[in-house]
Design a protein around this ligand. Structure first.
Ligand code: B12
Ligand code: SF4
Length: 501
């Protein structure tokens, strides 16, 4: 025993690309360490037998905190919380993160969850830990929901989103990137330079968490951090976790210039919206590339203006997607366009229009790949009241949310033959683009592959005919020609892994 009060934080397994140490836990650990607590991080990636490790570590701990996103995270979170409650019923089990914050009431109903930290967690968790260490009561901790002594659920007032410049830096020293590289193959370090996005897309919960306020580190802070962290940990790749990095384009360009001036070499990538990138000059986009940006993910979602309006994405237009593709192509930056299919109100004609327009863009700009998914309603998204009216059944328990993998949910307007057609047209759309990419890279394959596979595929897409899909069977047999990519990093995802963010 170290003699210090200990907090155990657990990051459950997920379905997605490896991204280095979980940034959420590194951020939570920092103020706790500053206040003199001992922090034990348990990440499934490094501790495959995490349950045993957790049961050992909690013996002398003040509390167990678990980070929970909607989807696969939930399974392990529930299993571990149940096992901990069985072993040490008095130990407070605290859930935090997006799922717990967006489905608080439902999550707190579970007997194995004592408290939920809603939203940004650094200050709330610190305050709660201090109360627990001092044997104090939990009432009055802003941002906290908990069960009191009689089992009654109490929701304390909201905590204002903190200016991230006032929060301590993530405790990167707790996670050796070398150990992560051995487990994932990439020497990387996740970094957040800003939080929040000013927009209000109807399917996105950023507005619920960050109240539409873009809140960012100053340029010198980002450049200094990266100039220090990249060489210290010999980092090759930095995925930025910002909600919409280019909201402040001047800041973004100044960061790129700062990185170039500092002479540090690494690859970095981020997510943003096409309206911002389209407004940048070709020279500024080139600067991003020169500083190491090699991939950008865009939530383009649809090429139909009517559907974009339904999504409350009035700020985005097809011309900006084309401009984005053109400028990033010139700069040599790979981009992934996310596409949402089956959005409520989308017609088959609008969907086909999206496939056509997106295929045209990819034909002209080979740096464009896609991440198409069937609409999946996550907890807390603003469109839920309308979805309920349309007959969408909301998962009724924490465990039901676990199985809500992308594209497997049931949408009342997309069943049976309609759903089969959509899935097939999606596969053909991907196959068409993949054939184009492969044949561009291998000149000798160009004619034969295009003739045998490409022509019939384009005919099917043109005519919307998808029965007896022999081209898909052939492509799958040959070797996963239909690939999906992570919006975050651009990395190809296994066919099974549809979860991208
Ligand atoms: C990185 C990321 C991922 C990674 C996470 C893994 C990793 N190694 O980091 C991966 C790729 C797994 C991922 C997957 C998914 N993601 Co994602 N992801 C993000 C992203 C871009 C950054 C998250 C992050 O680390 N931020 C930085 C840290 C510091 O912030 P944080 O995680 O929010 O943590 C803070 C608080 O949440 C809280 N907190 C977090 N954990 C805990 C635990 C405790 C005990 C406490 C007290 C507090 C606390 O305190 C932290 C510090 O303030 C966010 C978007 C965003 N702008 O945040 C989307 C986001 C979280 N993802 C989202 C979605 C929809 C998904 C998917 C469901 C997508 C899908 N299509 O399937 C999947 C689900 C998981 C899966 N499939 O297994 C949504 C919401 C998710 C939700 N409802 O749970 C977001 C908000 C994107 C969006 N705008 O819609 N994602
Ligand atoms: S989907 Fe992207 S652009 Fe829309 S609100 Fe969310 S973060 Fe902002």
């Amino acid at each position: 025993m170290s003699g210090k009060d200990k907090v155990v934080l657990f990051y459950p397994p997920y379905d997605g690309p490896p991204l280095g140490a979980p940034l959420s836990l590194l951020c939570l650990a920092s103020p706790l360490l500053q206040a003199g607590f001992e922090v034990k991080l348990i990440d499934n990636l490094l501790a495959p037998d995490y349950e045993t490790t957790i049961l050992r570590e909690i013996e002398d701990a003040l509390l167990l905190g678990i980070s929970v996103l909607t989807g696969p995270h939930i399974g392990a979170a529930v299993r571990v919380a149940k096992a901990v409650k069985k072993r040490k019923p008095s130990l407070p089990v605290v859930f935090g993160g997006w799922h717990a914050s967006l489905a608080t009431e439902q999550t707190l109903r579970e007997p194995f969850v004592d408290a939920i930290v809603r939203g940004q967690g650094e200050l709330t968790l610190l305050e709660l830990t201090q109360r627990i260490a001092q044997g104090g009561e939990w009432h009055g901790v802003r941002g906290l929901s908990f069960k009191d002594g009689s089992g009654r659920v109490v929701h304390e007032a909201e905590r204002r989103v903190a200016d991230i410049n006032t929060l301590p830096a993530p405790a990167y020293h707790l996670a050796d990137p070398g150990v992560y590289a051995a487990a994932s193959g990439i020497r990387q370090l996740a970094y957040t330079s800003s939080v929040g996005c000013p927009y209000q897309c109807n399917y996105c919960t950023d507005q619920v968490f960050y109240k539409r306020r873009f809140n960012a580190y100053r340029v010198d802070r980002v450049v200094n951090d990266l100039s220090e962290l990249v060489p210290r940990y010999e980092i090759d790749h930095v995925p930025l976790f910002d909600s919409n990095f280019l909201v402040d384009r001047k800041r973004a360009v100044a960061i790129a210039k700062g990185i170039i001036a500092a002479g540090i070499k690494f690859q970095w990538d981020f997510q943003t919206s096409t309206d911002f990138l389209a407004l940048m000059s070709e020279e500024d986009v080139r600067l991003l590339a020169e500083s190491g940006v090699h991939h950008i993910g865009f939530g383009t979602e649809s090429a139909s203006q009517e559907v974009l309006v339904l999504m409350n994405k009035r700020f985005q237009h097809v011309e900006q997607m084309v401009e984005t593709a053109r400028k990033t192509h010139l700069a040599g930056i790979h981009v992934v366009f996310n596409i949402i299919l089956g959005y409520p109100g989308e017609t088959e004609a609008q969907r086909q229009h999206t496939f056509r327009v997106m295929s045209e863009i990819a034909k002209d700009y080979s740096n464009v790949s896609f991440s198409p998914n069937i609409f999946t309603p996550y907890p807390g998204i603003p469109i839920w009241p309308q979805l309920r009216e349309m007959g969408v059944r909301e998962p009724q328990s924490l465990e039901e949310w676990e199985t809500l993998a992308l594209g497997t949910n049931v949408l009342p307007w997309l069943r049976g033959e309609d759903l089969r057609r959509l899935r097939r047209s999606l596969d053909y759309f991907l196959l068409n683009n993949q054939i184009r990419k492969v044949t561009k890279k291998i000149p000798w394959a160009k004619r034969s592959v295009r003739r045998i596979l490409g022509a019939p595929v384009r005919w099917r897409i043109g005519k919307s005919r998808y029965s007896f899909p022999w081209e898909l069977w052939v492509s799958r047999a040959v070797e996963k020609v239909v690939t999906r990519r992570s919006l975050l990093t651009g990395q190809p995802l296994a066919e099974r892994t549809q979860e991208v963010c």
